[in-house]
Design a protein around this ligand. Structure first.
Ligand code: PLP
Length: 346
């Protein structure tokens, strides 16, 4: 008997390291990274900084840790932070922005994740004894809860100009910034040149087992390194984490295009099924969000029926489902998913 193949569309975080990554781990030159003596970590940080067009970078344990360190580095306790109301920092990071960083999140709504510069400007109130100090604007690209949507370099430029004019720093949660760059076929630096600092994840579509990178100027990274330590993120022979990261940055980026083609194929396929609604204009990278409002099933029932057919997806609300394509998802898996959804929808 063969084990049943599972089609796991819950997230691109389920990707496993490639053979080449495992080989790179086996041969990585290691040292104690708290002493900044791990040659493999140092090399990854150098490549990350160069790729993003910034001075320096820092390997951290997760995207959540990267965001928390960045909030604490860019702002002081009690400051006001402007972010998008559906952003990952606001929704999915256990409230660390308040619980640990002691900051006041100031969420602004948007249609697809891209903030309106005029609304940002209006949120930056003039100085007054009653008001907290606004110190940071956070952007997210691609935008997860809006469907993996892209914020274009021009949109980043416009909104950052407003922030900078008012002495706010700009931080980019670029967990999936490579997806945005590959989808628009533009250089990473087009997305990063208008922001002060950013993070990206190795552990999602790039297939690494662990890790994210914070990128910014020397002073930002020096302070971030200290905060990483206070948060328990100082690692020792972290080259075993950095080695697959180097492989990822050198060889796994262009591959993301396949994930985007598969997501598009999946979205178009299921959009033809009665009772399923997909906003195809939002399917810009490797995510497919859809509504099953027109079916006589709750999201939980829909997910269980998929699971009976060895397909995994996430329910985001009573009738909203998310599917994410990644290296483990090939065209045949997409086809099987479409036909399975057809069957369980009747
Ligand atoms: C996944 C994700 C994070 C957090 O990364 P973890 O490594 O899961 O902590 C942050 N921001 C966005 C937009 C993400 O999608």
């Amino acid at each position: 008997m063969f084990a049943k193949e599972i089609i796991d569309l819950r997230s691109d975080t389920v990707t496993k390291p490639t053979e080449e990554m495992l080989e790179a781990i086996r041969h990585a030159e290691l040292g104690d990274d708290v002493f900044e003596e791990d040659a493999t970590v140092n090399k990854l940080e150098r490549i990350a900084a160069e790729t993003m067009g910034k001075e320096a970078a820092l390997l951290v344990t997760s995207g959540t840790q990267a965001n928390l360190i960045s909030l604490m580095t860019n702002a002081n306790r009690g400051d006001l932070i402007i972010l998008e109301s559906q952003s990952h920092i606001y929704w999915y990071e256990v409230g660390g922005i308040s619980a640990i960083a002691g900051l006041l999140p100031w969420p602004l709504k948007s249609l697809t994740g891209s903030l309106d510069p005029e609304e940002v400007e209006a949120a930056i109130r003039p100085q007054n004894i009653h008001f907290p100090k606004p110190s940071l604007l956070c952007l997210e690209n691609t935008h997860n809860r809006h469907g993996g949507t892209i914020i274009t370099p021009n949109q980043i430029k416009a909104v950052s100009a407003v922030a900078h004019k008012n002495n706010l720093k700009v931080y980019l949660d670029g967990a999936r910034i490579f997806n945005a760059a590959v989808a628009l076929n533009v250089n990473l630096k087009e997305f990063t040149k208008h922001v002060d600092n950013l993070m990206f994840c190795l552990s999602k579509g790039l297939c690494c087992p662990v890790g994210s990178l914070l990128v910014g100027n020397q002073e930002f990274i020096r302070r971030a390194r200290k905060l990483r330590k206070i948060l328990g993120g100082g690692m020792r022979q972290a080259g075993i984490i950095a080695a697959p990261g180097i492989v990822a940055l050198e060889s796994m980026i262009e591959r993301l295009k396949e994930d985007h083609l598969n997501a598009r194929h999946l979205a178009e396929g299921i959009s033809k099924i009665d009772g399923i609604r997909v906003n195809l204009s939002r399917v810009q990278t490797n995510m497919v969000y859809f509504s099953i409002e027109g079916l006589a099933l709750t999201a939980d029932q829909f997910i269980s029926k998929l699971k009976e057919n060895n397909i995994l997806a996430l329910a985001l609300s009573e009738n909203r489902i998310r599917m994410v394509t990644h290296k483990g998802i090939e065209r045949k898996h997409v086809e099987k998913t479409i036909t399975t959804i057809e069957t369980i929808s009747h």
